[in-house]
Write a protein that binds this ligand. Sequence first.
Ligand SMILES: [Zn+2]
Length: 393
Amino acid sequence: MHATGLKCVFCQATYSLEPLYECAACTGLLEVVYDRTQADDPRALLPISKQDRIHLGEGETSLLSAPRLAKRLGIKELLLKCEFMNPTGSFKDRPVAIGISKAVEFGFQKVIAASSGNGAASVSAYAARAGLEAIILVPESTPIEKVRQTLAYGAKVIRVKGPYSNCFSLAKQLGESQNIFNLTTTLLNPYTVEGNKAVAHELYEQMKGFVPDVIYVPIGAGPLLIGIYRGYEEARHFHEGTKLPRMAGIQATGNNPIATAFTLGESVVRSEPNPQTIAGGIADGLVGYEKDGTYTLQIVNQSNGFVLDVSDARILEAQILLAEEEGVFVEPSAAAGIAGLMKSLEEHRISENDSVVVVLTGHGLKDMGNVRVASEVPTIENGMEQLLGVVGK
Ligand SMILES: [Zn+2]
């Protein structure tokens, strides 16, 4: 616990720990502040006490070494942080577990979320676990696997025409007008973001205090990237001399507002009204909350990192490469991290001797529509001769 209040990341105005979503003074983003002197471990810095946590066993995900893929890409060391191994198959479970716990603490009966699918499934699952009602708005293009998973946990799911930003805006309006706790996992809810810090705390332990040179994170608005960087800053507070990693934010070429601002050297991010990419989890055009992108860019720059974008074709290629070389099957939005690593090596943004962690955000089973595998497999009747004909002698 040890949380003492909320603070605006832009103008530093402070607030008490309430269900707030933006700074009353400047409409800026809010973050949770802690009394670090009272804690003896960064893991204790969360806005909810341990006994009040709603959980489904999220966290403690595997960190896999990927020697075959590293060799193929020409780098010395590559580690995969497997966030798709969380209970609902994506990284969203950590932030949502914290958010739902806060909903219960605040006394809400209902929660709402705008999501491209992973947050949807997660909010629906954790709401069920806590006995709350969930309303979920998803873009029309959301993969059927994610919609059906969300329905299975019992949420009311509504498809909204147009890009993700339309869902975001409607969820915000309904949440405000009907006093429903908003668990949209952009940077809107200051409590959910805190759940992402645990990825850094775990990496710190799994790597025995060694900090990787670069961490690759696929980004829409960027709460995961921000959470991870914040987690390392906390680790440094408790372990003097700890360095901070460079953060690499990866976007899709058809939706690259943060990458564009980075490339142009601008400090303010402008929204993308019409995102076009098969990587639905990062197809967030930030319309109406461009400030999320601006803050993410600020953190990337602070870390001496970079933001780049990768084409859908490269994402699908990376998805199969990762599956074939390492036996790890992730959705396109997660494969974007691998595609980004490949591109940054070509562009010499990192060295082949750098230690690299790629955060794999969502499971491959969640979005099967575009996977580049054979559309049909051979069917035989029964005979050995026919089988040998197919598999070869
Ligand atoms: Zn402010």
